[in-house]
Design a protein around this ligand. Structure first.
Ligand code: NIG
Ligand code: FE
Length: 389
């Protein structure tokens, strides 16, 4: 493969601050970065850049770690544009449309599902995403959950079993039986293809007892825990996630002081998904409150055909700055290092020797422009595993 030098970087976001410097983004000016074997081999001042087989001239632009989108639902068929239009005309979002997508997903072929994942993964990559988590959750039968995860695993190592997305229609009057199915044969079929387990813990989906039972079974099968929590209203999801040592609790839109305290005293990341509030016309989560309490915050897209049909991390980042009280620097950190923390990954979301050479070169001189110039395609070039895309 040979070595590759990214030279003439005006501003490099490393997320690796120097000792004793209060700069979470670890910014470096006039830098260069050497890639070897898909990893960062060296970072330093451009004037000391070593020789390399190939060279990319960043032309004084900003370079940052590739975005880590730690929450996405890409294995599905069809769309729900009409449901979106109805919401924009005043209908509320309830999650009831999930069953519509379940029907379309069950009817799709493997190749149709694979093509949909590839389309959205490529779309995300063009917008700077180099790591993406992908959930199942639109199959809700043993075979359809297992194939969703098998297909997801063709695209990422961070696959998540979300058999407990909603109770499917055929189990509507016997939810306990569905929980038994999820914990038993469905988990057994899903676990070989999954790194994580997730539950939609919400009124109308799964209550605290069901969610705890499912997450505990997943843990016993060796899966890490994540929770869809406190999205549509207050509830037990966040505290349950913290209690079980979840890597991340996601949405966090309706939080009590006790929820914030629990997160602040834990290693659980709060993953905020502003695309969902945008697309359901709901109040945004209060990132400022979480950050001020010392909670680690991640930003992700929640890309799915119902509540948030965007694959754009720059869009979510701009929303977080404008609507959720984050500074541009906090939002860039949350979309890169924060996502890596939510996936318990040390090799991505950071640029330092030994990290994966996943990075984006912006069409802008500074990371500030991502929020300052919303809706503008600022991703000039993406390197994934050191390979220009
Ligand atoms: O994260 N909240 C639950 N699941 C998705 C929405 C799924 C859908 O509406 O299809 C979410 O927002
Ligand atoms: Fe989600």
């Amino acid at each position: 493969m040979g070595s590759l030098l990214v030279d003439n970087i005006g501003e490099l976001v490393t997320n690796a601050p120097r000792d004793g410097v209060a700069d979470p983004l670890g910014l470096r000016r006039d830098a260069a970065l050497l890639v070897e074997d898909g990893e960062v081999a060296w970072i330093g001042p451009a004037r000391y850049a070593p020789a390399a087989d190939r060279r990319i001239d960043a032309g004084g632009a900003a370079v940052l770690p590739g975005f880590v989108d730690s929450h996405a639902h890409l294995v599905f068929a069809g769309d729900r544009a009409a449901e979106f239009a109805a919401r924009m005309a005043g209908e509320p979002y309830t999650g009831g449309g999930i069953r519509t997508t379940v029907g379309a997903t069950r009817a799709a072929t493997d190749d149709e599902l694979r093509a949909n994942v590839r389309r959205l993964r490529d779309e995300a990559m063009r917008q700077g995403t180099t790591t993406i988590e992908i959930k199942s959750g639109y199959g809700l039968t043993i075979a359809d959950e297992a194939r969703s995860l098998r297909i997801a695993a063709e695209f990422t190592g961070d696959t998540t079993f979300l058999g407990a997305h909603v109770v499917p229609a055929e189990y509507a009057d016997r939810p306990d039986d569905y929980v038994g199915l999820v914990c038993g044969p469905m988990l057994a079929a899903a676990a070989p293809h999954a790194r994580w387990i997730d539950v939609f813990c919400e009124r109308g989906a799964f209550d605290a007892d069901h969610a705890r039972a499912i997450l505990a079974c997943g843990q016993a099968a060796g899966l890490g825990v994540r929770v869809h929590a406190n999205q549509l209203g207050p509830g037990p999801g966040v505290r349950l996630g913290v209690e079980l040592g979840a890597a991340s609790v996601d949405h966090c839109t309706h939080l009590s002081d006790a929820d914030v305290d629990a997160l602040a005293g834990s290693a659980t990341v709060a993953t905020l998904l502003p695309g969902a509030e945008f697309s359901t016309r709901s109040p945004y989560p209060d990132a400022r409150r979480l950050l001020d309490a010392g909670v680690t915050v991640a930003l992700a897209t929640d890309c799915n055909p119902g509540s948030s049909y965007t694959s754009s991390m720059p869009f979510c980042l701009a929303l977080a700055v404008r609507e959720m009280g984050m500074t541009p620097a906090e939002a860039v950190w949350a979309a890169t290092a924060g996502g890596a923390a939510a996936l318990r990954r040390a090799d991505v979301g950071v640029l330092r020797p030994g990290a994966r050479a996943d990075l984006t070169i912006l069409d802008a001189p500074s990371h500030l422009h991502l929020a300052y110039r919303p809706g503008v395609p600022l991703i000039r070039q993406v390197l994934h595993n050191g390979v220009p895309q």
